[in-house]
Design a protein. Structure first.
Length: 334
């Protein structure tokens, strides 16, 4: 059975209020009494219930974080950065994944509300932010992660995905590739759409280049493998000579399919570029070129914004941080 404040008070021969003061306002208690109560706490092994105390005060010392996919190392790196900065400021991070589903996102937000988190960090599933408006109006600050706030109504931390798409497509075009396949989806995901927009702008400015879109139902290795098998089965005159995948998990799936068929070589027959630059890209059977996003820095910066909003309250200024992507060239596109 857990030791309670009443147990400590009874053993120390003081009131429950005195034990509470020793725990929360020791300067109000005589030093001798503080020493006696502290000794009893150590003797009984009492552990204070900070969660209950914080909930009674109105807010916990936790932030809620909603990511799109907990299986994607990119989002795990964001979580690591966020947790590092939160812990340094006396907070913890409660993380949940929406799996690109609005219903899961809503349920996670409900749970965070029940936990009375001190703030919410979220990569939204779609552009409908009405639920986030209500959360903020209730007094809980909200920061968008890996997603910009076009109207600047929310603080946000993101990467210029249009530029990232341009970098990937320009690299492929500069390498002599002219039949480029874009693999990614659902296209309703803003980041995917922006990466496609960037690639399209490069191809549109190259007279003899074409871009074909292979939309996926998710940003997963399995979906990448499915598309890779389809590409490998195409006749040579219809097959792309380059693939730009909307994330590295898709790129890994495409590479697996191409290697498993044994018909096509990367990059000799098909060049390949992914997005996110997760650790697995460098150790793949053919190291994959990718567009790097500073994932951990995104997480740390998002927590910094949340802390500033929490401190400023109603006077908070909405801030938008946009990081520049970087092309990392490896064997898959050399």
């Amino acid at each position: 059975m857990a030791i309670s404040v009443r147990d400590v008070a009874r053993e120390a021969g003081v009131s429950v209020g005195t034990v509470s003061n020793v725990l929360n306002r020791p300067q109000m208690v005589a030093p001798a009494t503080v020493a006696k109560v502290t000794a009893v706490i150590e003797q009984l092994g009492f552990v204070r219930n900070d969660a209950a105390r914080q909930l009674r005060a109105g807010r916990s010392h936790s932030f809620g974080l909603v990511v799109l996919d907990a299986r994607n190392p990119f989002f795990m790196d964001i979580t690591h950065g966020a947790q590092e900065r939160a812990l340094a400021n006396g907070y913890t991070v409660l993380m949940g994944a929406s799996d690109d589903k609005k219903s899961s996102e809503s349920r996670l937000l409900e749970l965070f509300d029940e936990q009375r988190v001190a703030g919410v960090l979220i990569t939204p599933v779609d552009t409908d932010l009405s639920r986030l408006w209500k959360i903020r109006e209730s007094g809980t600050p909200v920061v968008l992660v890996d997603r910009g706030s076009g109207d600047r109504s929310f603080s946000s931390v993101s990467v210029d995905d249009v530029e990232g798409g341009r970098l990937a497509a320009a690299h492929l075009v500069d390498g002599g590739r002219r039949r480029i396949a874009f693999v990614g989806g659902p296209l309703e995901i803003e980041q995917v759409a922006h990466r496609l927009d960037g690639a399209r702008s490069v191809v549109a400015g190259t007279s003899d280049a074409v871009l074909q879109v292979y939309e996926t139902t998710s940003l997963s290795v399995l979906e990448g493998r499915r598309v890779g098998e389809k590409l490998a089965a195409l006749p040579e005159n219809k097959r792309p000579d380059a693939v730009f995948a909307a994330n590295d998990l898709l790129a890994l799936g495409v590479l697996q399919a191409l290697v498993m068929t044994g018909k096509l070589a990367v990059p000799e027959d098909i060049a390949l570029v992914g997005y996110d630059d997760i650790a697995f890209t460098e150790s793949a059977v053919v190291p994959i070129s990718s567009i790097r996003q500073p994932a951990e820095e995104i997480g740390r910066t998002a927590v910094d914004l949340l802390l500033r909003e929490a401190e400023a309250g109603a006077d908070a200024v909405r801030e938008q941080f946009v990081f520049a992507p970087k092309l990392v060239v490896r064997a898959s596109s050399r």
